[in-house]
Design a protein around this ligand. Structure first.
Ligand code: ADP
Length: 168
């Protein structure tokens, strides 16, 4: 059993695909740190503190689904992922794979991180089929054109998108 895992991402915003991955990972390890990357160069729609709060609020809603006593923390970071992981004593990174197109990027990231620190391992969970098409950027695009995102994101995110983009 893996003791602790770090699940990094931009989470702009968290989607049902991210949540599904967290719930499945929580059945495999005792502690998950959801690490929200500042990623200012991506000009996120949501501020860092908003992304953190939306993850916390969404996790509260699905808390009963974890299946064990896994501890799930939400932290933010603005430095190298391997540095941040080391600073909290975690050496296993979790990432999700949706399509073949994710593979090349993820292979590169995992390799770079292992070069930076040979203790770091990245493990991958395949997306659940029902979320294989889902990404934060798709959610942002749909919401910008006032499309319905109810099936794609947890309720706090749906509300936050309405507030941010000014529609009902
Ligand atoms: P990043 O900017 O680091 O790609 P994201 O927030 O877009 O951050 O994604 C974080 C992680 O979640 C990545 O490993 C990504 O592959 C995974 N992920 C995103 N959407 C899904 C989904 N629908 N199903 C499974 N994993 C997903």
């Amino acid at each position: 059993m893996i003791d602790a895992i770090i699940y990094p991402g931009t989470f702009d915003p968290i989607t049902n695909g991210h949540l599904d991955l967290i719930i499945r990972a929580a059945r495999m390890c005792k502690r998950i740190v959801v690490a929200v990357a500042a990623n200012y160069e991506k000009h996120p729609l949501f501020e860092l503190d908003e992304r953190v709060r939306l993850i916390q609020d969404s996790l509260q809603i699905v808390a009963g689904n974890y299946g064990n006593d896994a501890i799930i923390e939400v932290r933010c970071f603005d430095n190298l992922l391997v540095e941040f992981a080391n600073s909290i004593g975690i050496t296993t990174i979790l990432r999700g794979l949706r399509a073949v197109s994710d593979f090349e990027y993820e292979l590169q990231q995992a390799s770079v991180n292992r070069v930076l620190d040979c203790k770091i391992e990245t493990i991958f969970l395949m997306t659940s089929e029902r979320y294989s098409y889902l990404s934060s950027s798709a959610v942002r695009s749909i919401a910008r054109y006032h499309g319905c995102v109810e099936a794609l994101v947890p309720p706090p995110v749906q509300q936050a998108l309405m507030d941010k983009l000014g529609f009902e």
